[in-house]
Design a binder for this molecule. Structure first.
Ligand code: AFP
Length: 336
């Protein structure tokens, strides 16, 4: 395949397909440069004295890793001066980050989980960055939290990076899912897959089984049926993978199919799930649907959820369409 850089791809989308306005193209280029910087930093590991806890906590009440804070800073500093953003929001910050008055503002809102899977960073397992782009509501010059509270269907762009054996950027602008691999010699992203399609069926599931006793009946039923294998009601054997980095599990599903589940559990009734809607579930749901998959809470399409808070959590069941639809059907069974 002729080597097409991310820049070339985006310019083609802008001029030939009219799929991406210039400001959005610039925003994506800046985010991709931030991802390169995070990839380089993550790659240094113990050599840079950046592993371990930062000694601080985030809005979620979780201990921050040094790299959580570093990745967040990289994204803020790279994106605040370019003139294409009205504000930013991050898993690592309580409220929106306003664009300093000395810089020009734009029409987009950028949301991100700067380092997803950070509990894996100290054990050298793949981590990543997840981002989502919304339009700032008309007439809003100083976006507060409410400006961000738009359903996932309002996203104009979604993407994530996996910092694995190679660094891969997965991107959708609403017309398919494409992947770009970082060429460290070139210093840029090169198109490696266009119009990714997820197989509708799968024999591979991803879930943290240690929570099984806390799940609701429909989830217990589904996992027990998969564990029953060929002689069970689903009539086939299943394999299991759980990397505990959503970016790595989702990238595998984009590559070979599968179903990823972080369901609602009764461990903490105040939390309807572990994953955050605005900067984890929504961007991943847009990507999965654009690749022909499905993404649900079990009871509703994730992209249709009307958000009520920037850091709200949600149950996530996403991946191969036919398997997700089976799980959703189990949640419709009365009394389950
Ligand atoms: P961290 O960023 O705190 O490591 O959480 C990662 C994550 O949000 C998501 O990437 C994983 O799929 C999920 O949590 C793993 O959760 P468990 O540690 O409960 O398996």
């Amino acid at each position: 395949m002729k080597r097409i850089t991310l820049t070339r791809f985006l310019i083609d989308e802008q001029y030939n397909r009219k799929a991406v306005p210039a400001d959005l193209r610039l925003l994506i280029e800046v985010v991709s440069r931030s991802i390169k910087a995070i990839s380089t930093t993550v790659g240094k590991g113990a050599l840079a004295g950046i592993l371990g806890d930062a000694g601080s906590g985030n809005i979620q009440g979780e201990a921050q890793k040094k790299l959580d804070v570093i990745a967040n800073e990289i994204l803020l500093e790279a994106n605040e001066w370019g003139g294409h953003l009205a504000a930013m929001a991050s898993e690592e910050m309580e409220g929106p980050h306003a664009i300093p008055h000395r810089f020009p503002k734009g029409e987009y809102l950028l949301l991100f989980d700067p380092l997803d899977g950070s509990s894996n960073i100290d054990v050298n397992t793949s981590v990543g960055t997840i981002f989502s782009v919304l339009r700032c509501p008309e007439g809003v010059t100083t976006p507060t939290e409410s400006a961000f509270l738009q359903p996932g269907t309002a996203q104009v762009c979604a993407g994530f990076a996996v910092y694995g054996p190679s660094t891969v950027l997965v991107l959708t602008l609403g017309a398919g899912v494409h992947t770009f691999t970082l060429d460290r010699e070139l210093g840029g992203f090169v198109l490696t897959q266009q119009h990714v399609q997820i197989p509708a069926d799968t024999q591979e599931f991803a879930i943290n089984m240690s929570n099984m006793r806390h799940w609701e009946p429909p989830m217990k039923r589904y996992v027990e049926e998969m564990l029953a294998g060929k002689t069970g009601p689903l009539g086939r054997d299943y394999n299991m993978r759980w990397i505990a980095s959503m970016v790595a599990d989702v990238f595998r599903i984009l590559t070979r199919g599968g179903i990823f589940m972080y369901p609602r559990d009764n461990k903490d009734p105040s939390k309807p799930g572990r994953l955050r809607l605005m900067y984890e579930a929504n961007p991943m749901a847009m990507i999965i649907e654009q690749a022909g998959g499905a993404a649900s809470t079990g009871r509703e399409r994730i992209l249709d959820i009307e958000p009520s808070a920037l850091h709200q959590r949600v149950a996530v069941i996403l991946g191969s369409k036919n398997e997700v639809e089976r799980v959703v059907s189990y949640h419709r069974v009365v009394g389950e």
